[in-house]
Design a binder for this molecule. Sequence first.
Ligand code: GLC
Length: 425
Amino acid sequence: MYSEENISSSAQKVLRDNTIDECYTVPTRLLYPFQWNWDSCFILLGWITFDEQRAWTEIETLLKGQCHTGKIPHILFHHASDTYFPGPDIWEYGSEIATSGITQPPVLATCIRLAYEFCKNKDLARQYIEKFIPQIIQYHRWYHTKRDPNNTGLIASFHPWETGRDNSVEWDDPLKRVPLEDLIPYERKDLEHIDPAYRPSKDDYDAYFALLKEFKKSNYDQEKLYKISSFKIADIGINSILYRANKDLIFLLETFDQFEDYLPEIKGYLDIQSQAFEKFYSNQTHLYHSIDLVDNKHLLDKTAASFLPLWAHSISQEKASLLKKEFDIWISKSSYLVPSLDLSSEKFSDEKYWRGPIWPILNFMIAKGFEQYGFANVEETIKKQSSELIKSCYFKEYYNPKTGEGIGGDKFSWTAAMWLYWVQN
Ligand code: GLC
């Protein structure tokens, strides 16, 4: 067990040690040696607690990779590295900065709002945020027009990596549709750094790689991909996160008033999402689930993402109480919170990546979601347990919900950031 004080200075050290070129933070050395989109947004929250200037440069660097269409890529390959697959030579995307050809959950506007509310130097924040806002607007516009071209209110993802929950069980069936015939041999790098028992399977990777090929064949043309992609799902995680981010973008537009003209556009997006949100609800499970957009059906696995509508604040108090009921059952089954998959699922694994292990960033969003609906005690419980996990196992990538053991990558930046911004307070 580490003391609070030691652990806080170690958390700062993790962020400093993972810094490259004094302007961005890698999730962890070796396993993930580049800049990741949603990692950097949560990492902003860590930096803001002790170095505000450095916090804003994290996002400034991320936004340098935005493409002309508005998309913010999931990875920015600022420097070459041979410890990661698939690298820039495989994606063949990006102009000035090589990037991947997909995106990640849009937590950006929300993390900027939270960092703004937390920071002391509001003038410094204002200088940066005023520059960021036009780019955030473009990013949200990209999501709403390219990933929901028919204004259904259901935002599509074309690759499991876009959801940030790479090998979650929900994607198992949709991935079976991905054609694997033309797959050329490739060499994974993740297995050189982490025990294969904790990582996605070969079948998963084959499908990930085949999808990437499908994108390249279509020249990353989003209109075309929306029509033909063999993997097209409306992830309850992304849809909740974007809903919340639209509200936080509205807050930013109202706070920095020269952007008022954009308010109707963003309010319009939020409106479309509000009208559609109950489509994610299933009367069978009394929970919110991702939707497979190819055959238009719910993916009924009970994953931790089913609690993210609380983070979005997009559902009624009555529905939130149903989620609380389900959560109480999860508490009774799991030694530690919050497992990424219901322990009763036959696909549950206490070690395998997004198929059971606990992720501190999800804990943060779920806890804050419950708090918004008046369940402050749940927030306290999740925070206390996150504290125990981090104090006993340090800043790991994820944690075993049965034993509390820390697994995956080491000295992990967003775990350190969650400690600094949320857990220690
Ligand atoms: C893994 C996670 C993803 C994260 C990345 C870097 O791929 O699934 O959510 O962004 O690692 O930490």
